[in-house]
Design a protein around this ligand. Structure first.
Ligand SMILES: Nc1nc2c(ncn2[C@@H]2O[C@H](COP(=O)(O)OP(=O)(O)OP(=O)(O)O)[C@@H](O)[C@H]2O)c(=O)[nH]1
Ligand SMILES: [Mg+2]
Ligand SMILES: [Zn+2]
Length: 341
């Protein structure tokens, strides 16, 4: 049964005839490790080649049809976590078919609000439900202040605080990762993602100390799917950088629901809240009803959004040009993740 692989509603998933349903646990270039289920309901894990050019190209979390050890089809995705590829010329899917995106941000000397907001927008953009996980709560005297800052930054998102060393919050996290739930951990390198996995499962996956600058080297280098004893599925992926943020308008509106609501009263429907006449958002800042920093964050993210629109236009254009050729959005896994400084 594909339910054991994290299918929320197996009846809704489509698989090719005369093929076994499976789920991608790791992608290695042009092969993928797949956990598949045969007609007798037995699970097998194996490395599969692609029978043909697959569109979309498989990523971790994809549902696939396996025939004679080859992937013959990829099931249409319900949700997808996306970012621009390293060359900025296309959109790359990092993980597919997620129910929850855990936005993992460490409790440092202070909250990295910009990071939290941008990751949350990216999480909303995936179509899955974001949940903020504030890690490393042990030994910090500023937990309450950081939680308050996080609530102010992403007011409509559930927040969990955890410590992988003391175990605080791990049970709460586990209760979110029940059968039928697939979650991915999204956060900077060194945020403590793999440590959460280890704490949840008493595993011993590689973690690494963070440098003084906070820009830790990647400890995790591959996107990988884990099945949890709580019944859920958890995807651990390498840390992403602020630079990688990409968003869609719906994601912004969800993360900035306060600004979206105020914008209904702007004189112009396409108001940029930046010197346009009759702007209700700027008025709210003047009146002290909206923190100025909120509007500044929104503007910063709009800048990224414009960039994203250019990307999509370029992607569409290049797709038209290469109708005959394959699209390879998911197969540059490692190089792309490890282009860190
Ligand atoms: N004190 C404390 N340290 C933690 C906690 N969680 C993680 N760390 C430390 O933070 C560092 C980074 O942790 P990782 O789990 O490797 O971080 P990551 O997000 O998986 O990093 P990448 O794989 O590079 O993306 C390690 O030195 C961990 O020991 C925690 O709850 N408390
Ligand atoms: Mg890691
Ligand atoms: Zn406005």
């Amino acid at each position: 049964m594909v339910a054991s692989l994290g299918a929320t509603d197996p009846a809704l998933l489509e698989f090719a005839p005369d093929a076994n349903p499976g789920r991608v646990s790791i992608v290695h270039g042009v092969t993928a490790e797949v956990i598949s289920v045969n007609a007798a309901g037995q699970e097998t894990t194996g490395v599969c080649q692609y029978a043909t050019v697959l569109d979309p190209s498989p990523v971790v979390g994809d549902w696939v049809s396996v025939r004679d050890g080859y992937i013959v089809a990829v099931t249409p995705r319900t949700t997808a976590l996306r970012r621009p590829s390293a060359n900025q010329r296309s959109v790359q899917v990092m993980a597919a078919n997620l129910d929850i995106v855990l936005v993992v941000v460490p409790i440092d000397r202070e909250l990295n609000t910009l990071m939290l907001e941008r990751l949350t927008v990216m999480a909303f953009d995936s179509g899955a439900r974001p949940i903020v996980v504030l890690t490393k709560s042990d030994g910090s005297e500023i937990v309450a202040a950081v939680v308050a800052a996080a609530i102010a930054a992403v007011p409509n998102v559930e927040i969990v605080t955890t410590s992988s060393t003391s175990g605080h919050g791990i049970e709460q996290l586990r209760s979110l990762l029940q059968p039928g739930v697939t979650a991915v951990m999204l956060g900077a390198s060194g945020a403590g993602k793999t440590s959460l996995l280890n704490a949840l499962e008493q595993r011993d996956e590689v973690t690494r100390a963070v440098s003084r600058s906070g820009e830790g080297r990647h400890a995790t280098t591959t996107r990988r799917l884990y099945r949890l004893s709580s019944g859920g599925v958890l995807l651990d992926i390498p840390g992403i950088r602020l630079l990688d943020l990409m968003v869609a308008q719906e994601g912004v509106d969800d993360a900035f629901a306060d600004i979206a609501a105020l914008a209904n009263d702007c004189r112009f429907v396409d108001c940029r809240h930046s010197g346009d006449g009759g702007c209700a958002v700027e008025q709210a800042v003047v009146d002290g009803d909206l923190p100025r920093r909120r509007l500044e964050s929104w503007r910063a993210i709009q800048g990224g959004l414009a960039n994203h629109e250019r990307l999509r236009d370029r992607e569409r254009a290049s797709k038209r040009k290469s109708r005959r050729g394959p699209t390879r959005e998911g197969d540059d896994d490692l190089d792309d993740d490890l282009d860190d400084d």
